[in-house]
Ligand binder design. Structure first.
Ligand code: NAP
Length: 249
């Protein structure tokens, strides 16, 4: 069964990792996918080709999620290219700039907050008018278990991810009466290219500490997004779903 047949979806930061996984699963479910990248042009164009070959409309846009004007321009372009309807927004773009608070620069704090959190304000505001007119929409924010429980060495990242949760719940309250839902996903340890670079023993230690005894895949996160994007979750808003193999249990 295709759960998103003909739906138009925007995913920020889909040139790699979790965003790419979401785009692939969504295209398999019949969604048209508009997605962004900030610098990884080659993989973004390769993904655009791959998704188009699945028989859906797909387009990559270079757009800095931290920029308010880029986000407004992006949404205007998507509306023009995809027939004026936006059914789903996934705020997925994110970065880390880890350091102990003692050594963290103001610049590294600000850039993580801007790319991870302010981006969510930028993009949600940019799609809001369209979703209000449609009286329908689903917004999904990619938080993290770190935003729920904190993490030493990640004050900037944890603050951005916790901020996304407050934003999610507030948007759910503001827009629920117009049938616009807003939920967050809190992934645990997801094995992407980023984690491939880590020491194998350290990674095994993390896996051993997870009740399900494995790291998550990008597909695990994409499937949770599929639930929030589709009518399977028609009566769910303002929630945070931990997709972490039981890590926070
Ligand atoms: P990733 O592999 O590093 O990919 C990040 C994506 O975001 C890339 O496509 C990147 O594109 C894009 N991006 C970065 N800065 C951007 C900007 N300013 N504007 C637009 N796009 C930008 O990360 P990931 O592991 O897939 O993580 C995706 C999301 O899940 C992030 O929000 C992350 O915090 C969250 N998360 C990940 C994990 C995990 O274990 N992997 C756990 C919890 C939460 P460019 O290369 O073009 O910059």
């Amino acid at each position: 069964m295709k759960l998103l047949e003909g739906k138009n979806v925007i995913i920020t930061g889909a040139s790699r990792g979790i965003g790419t996984g979401i785009a692939q699963v969504f295209a398999d479910h019949g969604a048209n996918v508009a997605f962004t990248y900030s610098s990884s042009e080659a993989p973004a164009l390769a993904l655009e080709k791959e998704l188009t070959a699945k028989g859906v409309k797909a387009k990559a846009y270079k757009s800095n999620a931290a920029s308010f004007s880029d986000s407004e321009a992006l949404v205007a372009s998507v509306l023009e290219d995809f027939g004026g309807v936006i059914d789903v927004l996934i705020n997925n773009a994110g970065i880390t700039k880890d350091n102990l608070l003692m050594r963290m620069s103001e610049e590294d704090f600000d850039s993580v907050i801007d790319i991870n959190l302010k981006s969510v304000f930028n993009m949600t505001k940019a799609v809001q008018r369209t979703m209000l007119k449609q009286r329908k929409g689903s917004i999904i924010n990619m938080s993290s278990v770190v935003g729920v429980k904190g993490n030493a060495g990640q004050t900037n990242y944890a603050a951005s991810k916790a901020g996304m949760i407050g934003f999610t719940k507030s948007v759910a309250l503001e827009l629920g009466s117009r049938n616009i839902r807003c939920n967050a996903i809190a992934p645990g340890f997801i094995e992407t290219e980023m984690t491939d670079k880590l020491d194998a023993k350290v990674v095994q230690g993390w896996r051993d500490g997870i009740p399900l005894k494995r790291g998550g895949s990008t597909e695990d996160i994409a499937n949770a997004c599929l639930f929030f994007a589709s009518d399977l979750s028609a009566y769910v808003t303002g929630q945070v779903l931990n997709v972490d193999g039981g890590m926070l249990t």
